[in-house]
Design a binder for this molecule. Structure first.
Ligand code: HXC
Length: 519
């Protein structure tokens, strides 16, 4: 064969690989409103940056007549490219080939790019659209999954791992995305479950649709499995690109500081008035977040899950930070099981990847009641406590209003190695709220007052006394637990200055194999 023929052979093979499972299946993919695996990679990466590996891989199975049915790539497209000029590794499951199902060789392709990403120190992005284990391959497929899981685990906390789910993701296959740092689902076509509706019906008798069992609404709102729900695949891809702007390449690097024209000393007068006069009246803490961060840009993580706490990424003078904020607008910002789990995982992610944490506190306490106690709020609350106490990244805490009881300690307090703790003049930092405290201290006496008016008057008087004495920032500030009481409108400036001043801080944890966070 001469050189031209050789080259032609290569080009033909490339063309063949690009056809995936064939034109008909590509059309079927498009007719469902889905992009193909290759189109998704093209959308995700900088134009022309994709370098594909293992295009010529095929499976090695002979059973079920598969020796006569082989497709180049074997159902997953793998390689590396750049996003905003930064190297990332990607795999994209190709539903047009055996429904994107995972074979031994397919798993080896994914493992190859994961191994290289680890050596290089670059993020891995996986796009999931698969019928799960390739049934014809039996246990070799299960072994392939486990090889990937093991790498997900080793890569955790070393390189950022992001999963997009744009199609089916079922059975044990869900555990690879679950082991990664962020899971994104598209509103159309995506679902995740360990066992599908048919098995649910057989085993438990439950009659439930795919959507109701594992659709994006379920994982965005109820289970918390998904961190982002995108309207469609286009938006999902943009979200992943945006997310990366807040993350470093790996745990040994810092997140990238970008140019920012938003003035450092921008004062926000509305913040001086945002806290309602009535301490029981809610307000939207995202108004505080949007007004203090660069250009009002905030990437809300798990937006619809445990909305009593807000987690997400923003920048201060171009420096990426993770923000954790109690949300008085939802369940009064109380800490419950889901909020604790959500924030704990977020804090740990930030700590693993050198992203400073800014905490905005307005928390009345932990949610009381049997449902929470039976559900293990003790353990889940301890996760958040643990996450804050273990974190060595710069930690800045601003107490906006309530900070009561155990929840005060948990939310980035000074004693959990909070580096800089500020409070607004409206802060109420105490063991408990005035009504609770007066009930404990004077309840018996109050109930003994016969005249109702007198009783109410006395209670109000005592509550006021308690509020004036304890429920303010100055008691904590007098002990140095609060470094300064700041004017709300200066918050942006004070945070930026604080971040700059402690950028080089070093905190160490004692040597150990790993901690034993109360899981
Ligand atoms: C081999 C598969 C496959 C699989 C789909 N296909 N899933 N081939 N192994 N797991 C093939 C189909 O035969 C079909 O081939 C093509 O992919 C498209 O599938 P359709 O069924 O036509 O597509 P659709 O109607 O969109 O339905 C998609 C689906 C369904 C819901 C995913 O295919 C399905 O239920 N598949 C089986 C899912 C499953 O039970 N997987 C194993 C789970 S256990 P043709 O040639 O017609 O195009 C598991 C364990 C993992 O994954 C454990 C890890 C630890």
């Amino acid at each position: 064969m001469n050189i031209e023929d050789n080259i032609q052979k290569l080009l033909n093979k490339r063309e063949e690989a690009k056809k995936g499972g064939g034109e008909k299946r590509i059309q079927s993919q498009h007719s469902k409103g889905k992009f193909t695996a290759r189109e998704r990679i093209d959308m995700l990466l900088d134009e022309g940056s994709f370098e594909e590996y293992d295009m010529f891989v095929t499976h090695r199975t002979t059973e079920f007549g598969l020796d006569k049915e082989k497709y180049l790539t074997d159902g997953v497209i793998t390689g590396h490219g750049t996003i905003d000029g930064r190297v990332v590794y990607v795999f994209s499951q190709d539903f047009t080939i055996f429904g994107g199902s995972l074979s031994e060789t397919y798993a080896q392709k994914i493992c190859k790019i994961m191994d290289q990403a680890m050596k290089v120190g670059a993020p891995v992005i996986g796009i999931n659209d698969s019928g799960g284990a390739r049934i014809q391959e039996g246990v070799r497929s299960l072994a392939g999954y486990a090889e990937i899981f093991q790498r997900n685990i080793m890569a955790s906390g070393v390189i950022p791992q992001i999963s997009a789910v744009f199609g089916p993701c079922a059975g044990g296959a869900v555990y690879s995305p679950a082991l990664t740092d962020f899971v994104l689902m598209s509103k159309e076509n995506s679902y995740m479950f360990v066992t599908g509706p048919k098995v649910a019906k057989t085993v438990t008798g439950e009659d439930i649709s795919t959507e109701d069992l594992g659709g994006p609404d379920v994982h965005g709102k109820k289970s918390g499995v998904a961190h982002f729900i995108a309207e469609d695949e286009d938006e999902g891809i943009l979200l992943i690109r945006k997310l990366l702007t807040y993350l470093p390449q790996n745990n040994l690097e810092d997140p990238i500081v970008t140019e920012c024209n938003d003035p450092i000393d921008r004062k926000e007068d509305l913040l001086n008035e945002i806290i309602p006069a009535n301490p029981n009246q809610p307000y939207d803490v995202t108004d505080v977040i949007y007004s203090i961060v660069d250009n009002g840009e905030f990437l809300n993580v798990q937006r619809n899950y445990a909305q009593n706490i807000i987690t997400g990424f923003a920048k201060f003078k171009g420096m990426p930070v993770g923000i954790v904020a109690n949300q008085p607008n939802y369940l009064a910002g109380v800490l419950d099981i889901n909020a604790s789990r959500k924030a704990a995982r977020f804090v740990r992610f930030c700590d693993a990847f050198n992203i400073p944490i800014v905490t905005l506190v307005d928390v009345p306490g932990f949610l009381p009641g049997s449902a929470q106690e039976y559900g293990g709020i003790i353990l889940h609350g301890a996760k958040l406590l643990f996450a804050y106490g273990e974190a060595t990244v710069p930690k800045i805490t601003i107490t906006l209003r309530k900070s009561y009881g155990g929840a005060h300690d948990v939310m980035g307090s000074k004693q959990l190695r909070g580096d800089i703790n500020y409070a607004w003049p409206s802060a109420e930092i105490a063991v408990m709220g005035p009504d609770g405290a007066i009930e404990v201290l004077e309840g018996k006496y109050i109930r003994s007052i016969e005249d109702e008016e007198e009783r109410k008057k006395y209670k109000r008087k005592k509550e006021k006394e308690y509020r004036d004495r304890f429920a303010n920032p100055y008691e904590a500030a007098s002990y140095g637990y609060i470094d300064d009481v700041i004017e709300p409108r200066n918050t942006r400036f004070r945070i930026i200055r604080a971040l700059r001043s402690i950028a080089s801080k070093k905190d160490l944890n004692p040597p150990k194999k790993h901690s034993n966070i109360p899981l």
